[in-house]
Design a protein around this ligand. Structure first.
Ligand code: PEP
Ligand code: MG
Length: 559
């Protein structure tokens, strides 16, 4: 047996034979038609344009398929690809190669696709680097159109069931988003990629399809034909495991499934500790599509709607109307329960493709969150107007990210008043009934907690960022992963300070970072007075179970 380690990107366990897939594009040298004489160049350009139209309609079909299988949010990946295909610079480059250099449409597309792909590959930012796969997907779609009915490369599509009897674990260097979308969870038990990252669209799609996956396993042997175990929680892979490991993982997989089933019994019950203290358990979402899972587990509200995801997976800025509709849909579905919508928190790890952001040496501590919003007033005002337009549909909370000072809150309040005035003047329906809160996720906001609490209605404690700033340990760097845990005394003290500030001012405070879903922190959080937690829908039922096992009378001595 041999062990390998990668990045766990989609949870679950999978055991089975490994099949190696080589979904290759044809090499540059394999095209028979490479050059055209000057007189044929306009015809060649027309061939390319026609292929581009075909690729556009194929990608629109993929978008529709994705819509049905993984919902609008993730289907947006294919919208991004469409935008890449329609990029003017890309078009100009292909045109130059065909009309000026005399290359065939295939070779021109191949070359420009590679140029773009290499450009993305070399970027520092992980999100942008992961877009290299999208440009290669676009390139493949156009080349396939140019090839007509001839299959492209050896293995662009998965071999049939006859050749590869299901089920199996699929291994590849990397696969494209369109290829991931075509995977059937009944056939592919798990996905092993040597390249890829947490942010790659293949990883995102595998997660939404419920296929356990591990990426970045550079040294995983090629060829397949052997048995392996995939651990989608730890990122571990076992090649040729012994009977004991097989038995152990089969048991773990069954337990995981049984746990999933058993947790369902917690969907309709109250979130209350053993001694009768009620706890509000809310859900974190990134898109209205996530509401399906929220409904299934009976959340007490939406504690964190990360609005940036509305902006990330589309080719242009969502309009005021689109945003108002998205926020309104969530407010309406929550039927009067709290919905906390966070203002756009981009910068650092989250980029939006259509807004040019200057490169920063240290973007995590750069112009992100409220700093970005205040520098892009037009974007902020559009969002504030959309929020006020949605406000009549429920109980809205507006949350400001990455706050470090009272002035930032006062500025947002002033802009909200301005937004309300202009909506009033324009006769557009809206409401000014909302709560306003700050993310407590910087040490500065904890230290200024008493002053900030005088300015707002609630605190939402973001333990993910707070931990990385308190411990000076990058949350995206696995090498300091052990340091970047909220369950350590320096972070606990900060949490206690923040909750105390809220209590003194008589405002409510929730915890919405990962610590809220960490059962090892529940006892501590309840002991310092936290009574509202907001967690990913997937963790909500297990957290309800954990809370119902707590007895605060026994633990009162610890606070
Ligand atoms: C946090 O920082 O804890 C948080 C909830 O925000 P995000 O993870 O989106 O940065
Ligand atoms: Mg944060």
């Amino acid at each position: 047996m041999k062990k390998y380690r990668g990045i766990a990107v989609s949870e679950g366990y999978a055991l089975g034979p490994v099949r190696e897939w080589l979904p290759n594009l044809p090499e540059a040298g394999t095209f028979t038609h490479t050059q055209s004489p000057e007189k044929d160049r306009p015809r060649e350009w027309a061939r390319f344009l026609q292929a581009r139209v075909g690729a556009c309609s194929h990608m629109t079909e993929l978008y529709q398929q994705a819509l049905a299988r993984v919902g609008e949010h993730y289907a947006g990946i294919f919208k991004i690809q469409l935008a890449l295909l329609q990029d003017e610079e890309l078009l100009l480059r292909v045109r130059r190669k065909i009309m000026e250099e005399g290359l065939s449409a295939e070779v021109a597309m191949q070359a420009v696709g590679e140029e773009y792909g290499n450009l993305f590959d070399a970027m520092d930012d992980e999100y942008m680097r992961a877009r290299g796969a999208d440009i290669r997907d676009v390139q493949r779609q156009v080349l396939q159109q140019l090839a007509g009915d001839t299959p492209l490369g050896d293995g662009a599509a998965l071999p049939s069931e006859e050749d590869w009897p299901a089920p199996y674990l699929l291994a590849a260097d990397d696969i494209l988003p369109s290829q991931t979308l075509a995977l059937d969870p009944g056939q592919v038990l798990g996905l092993i990629l040597r390249q890829g990252s947490q942010m790659s669209h293949a990883a995102i799609l595998a997660r939404s399809l419920g296929i356990p996956a591990v990426t970045g396993v550079r040294d995983f042997p090629r060829g397949g034909g052997f048995f392996a175990i995939l651990n989608g929680f730890s990122g571990e892979l076992l090649r040729d495991p012994g009977e004991e490991e097989k038995w152990e993982y089969t048991r773990m997989r069954q337990e995981f499934e049984a746990r999933r089933q058993a947790l369902k019994t917690y969907s309709g019950v109250q979130t209350i500790t053993m001694d009768g203290t009620p706890v509000e358990l809310m859900a974190n979402i990134g898109h209205p599509d996530d509401m399906t899972s929220v409904r299934d587990c009976g959340a007490d509200g939406i504690g964190l709607f990360r609005s940036e995801y509305l902006f990330m997976y589309c080719e242009q800025m969502p309009s005021e109307e689109e945003q108002a509709a998205a926020y309104g849909a969530v407010l309406q579905q929550m039927q009067g329960k709290k919905v906390i919508i966070r203002l756009l928190d981009v910068g650092a790890d989250k980029q939006i493709p259509y807004v040019k952001m200057d490169r920063e040496e240290n973007p995590v501590m750069g112009r992100r969150g409220i700093r970005f919003c205040l520098e892009h007033r037009d974007i902020l005002m559009t969002q504030l107007r959309a929020l006020l337009r949605a406000a009549p549909l429920g109980q809205l909370g507006i949350l400001i990210p990455m706050v470090v000072s009272v002035e930032e809150v006062r500025t947002v309040r002033r802009l909200l008043r301005q937004a309300a005035c202009t909506l009033e003047e324009e006769g557009i329906a809206h409401s000014t009934q909302y709560e306003i809160g700050v993310m407590i996720e910087t040490p500065a906001s904890v230290m200024m907690g008493d002053e900030l609490a005088q300015e707002v209605d609630f605190f939402s404690i973001g333990t993910n960022d707070l931990t990385q700033f308190v411990m000076a340990a990058d949350r995206g760097n696995p090498k300091v992963g052990a340091l970047c845990s909220a369950n350590q005394e320096p972070v606990r003290r900060m949490l206690r300070m923040a909750v105390d500030s809220a209590r003194r001012a008589g405002i409510w405070a929730d915890v919405c970072g990962e610590a809220a879903a960490d059962p090892q922190m529940t006892e501590f959080l309840l002991s310092i007075g936290v009574r509202t937690l907001s967690v990913a829908p997937a963790s909500l039922l297990s957290m309800r179970q954990t809370i119902r096992q707590q007895d605060l009378t026994k633990k009162s001595g610890e606070s």
